[in-house]
Ligand binder design. Structure first.
Ligand SMILES: NC(=O)c1ccc[n+]([C@@H]2O[C@H](COP(=O)([O-])OP(=O)(O)OC[C@H]3O[C@@H](n4cnc5c(N)ncnc54)[C@H](OP(=O)(O)O)[C@@H]3O)[C@@H](O)[C@H]2O)c1
Length: 310
């Protein structure tokens, strides 16, 4: 039977297990893929703890397969699905987990994988890169404006910095010292995180920054709010809507459509976006992959390579 990496109840890593599960059957609007790669994101371990996305309700049936994005080869399509056929190479948002040999994608948030794009890179685009793309476009800053990105060395931050640079923005990226080289390779100005980071931003941008894309939340978000000239240009993916709205900003609005997936894939193909996959693991080592992300200090993206990724 096909393998999948699941959690068996809400809790910590001790609830995770590699199990055998029946191959899922695609329902209406779903696409069954043989997974070649699955992206690993903070939301995966948050869901294991019982976290739900805004608007999500209902009881989960355990075991729950971990993961929210995958790239693979179409095996079968569900009722009403057009535009995808068995053998197509695709990537998209999963319906019921991605850390598995077979996964269901939501057809409306699935796109064909360009031949130039590897399965491994494609698997990172639906969550991190698409969130980066949505946020940078939501800010709508003109070329030459200065964007501050906090958590700039993680999955969303690395993509946001590059998408912003491709639009002609100046990017100040807050990240730990070990990520200085990474930030500079993206064309961003590295601002070391920790005590004094906000003062360092003030020295670089004495009149304040034109926009903030926060990916950390908490005290970092609060400090960042004091650095932006117009709070309407303060957004976050790392804090609750209530926290950021209290400061006059907004949570990133997610498009969750295939057009954004095609747009970020084009950026990769054109060489404007490198997801920076820094660690890959086989499905059998999914625990280590998720642990890396759960530390909160991932560098770029972590991906599970399943079957034979190319
Ligand atoms: N709404 C959505 O649709 C959506 C989608 C994707 C992500 N998100 C959320 O957005 C956030 C970022 O996601 P991600 O995938 O980029 O996460 P990630 O890959 O884990 O990166 C987060 C980065 O934050 C930095 N960081 C952690 N603690 C910090 C602190 N106290 N001060 C300063 N920097 C700190 C880390 O960098 P250093 O090692 O340099 O400290 C790390 O690189 C998460 O909360 C995630 O759940 C939301």
């Amino acid at each position: 039977m096909p393998k999948a990496y699941v959690f068996t109840r809400y809790g910590g890593p001790e609830t995770e297990a590699l199990v055998e599960l029946d191959r899922p059957r695609p329902g209406p609007g779903e696409v069954l893929v043989a997974v070649r790669a699955a992206g690993v994101n903070p939301v995966d371990w948050k869901q294991r703890t019982g976290f739900r996305r805004p608007g999500e309700s209902g009881e989960r049936a355990f075991p729950v397969v971990l993961g929210n994005e995958a790239a693979g080869v179409v095996e079968e399509t569900g009722e009403g699905v057009t535009g995808f056929a068995p053998g197509d190479e695709v990537f998209g948002n999963t319906v019921a987990g991605g850390y598995a040999e077979y996964a269901l994608l939501a057809a409306g948030i699935t796109a064909h994988k360009p031949a130039e794009l590897s399965f491994t890179d494609a698997a990172t685009l639906p969550v991190a890169a698409a969130t980066a793309y949505d946020g940078v476009h939501q800010l709508g800053l003109p070329a030459g404006a200065t964007l501050l990105v906090t958590g700039a060395g993680g999955g969303v931050g690395v993509a946001a910095a590059q998408i912003a640079r491709a639009l002609g923005l100046r990017v100040l990226g807050v990240a730990s010292d070990g990520k200085k080289d990474l930030l500079e390779s993206l064309g961003a100005v590295h601002v070391p995180s920790g005590d004094g980071w906000a003062d360092a931003v003030r020295l670089t941008a004495p009149d304040g920054v034109d926009g903030v894309y926060d990916l950390v939340g908490g005290e970092v978000l609060h400090a960042a709010a004091g650095l932006v000239r117009d709070r309407a240009r303060l957004i976050t993916a790392g804090a609750s809507p209530e926290d950021v709205e209290r400061l006059g900003g907004a949570r990133v609005g997610r498009a969750r459509d295939a057009a954004v997936l095609r747009a970020v894939a084009d950026l990769v193909v054109r060489g404007d976006l490198n997801p920076h996959v820094t660690l890959t693991f086989p499905l059998e080592r999914a625990a280590e992959a998720l642990h890396e992300v759960e530390t909160g200090h991932a560098r770029g993206k972590v991906v599970l390579e399943i079957g034979s990724p190319a």
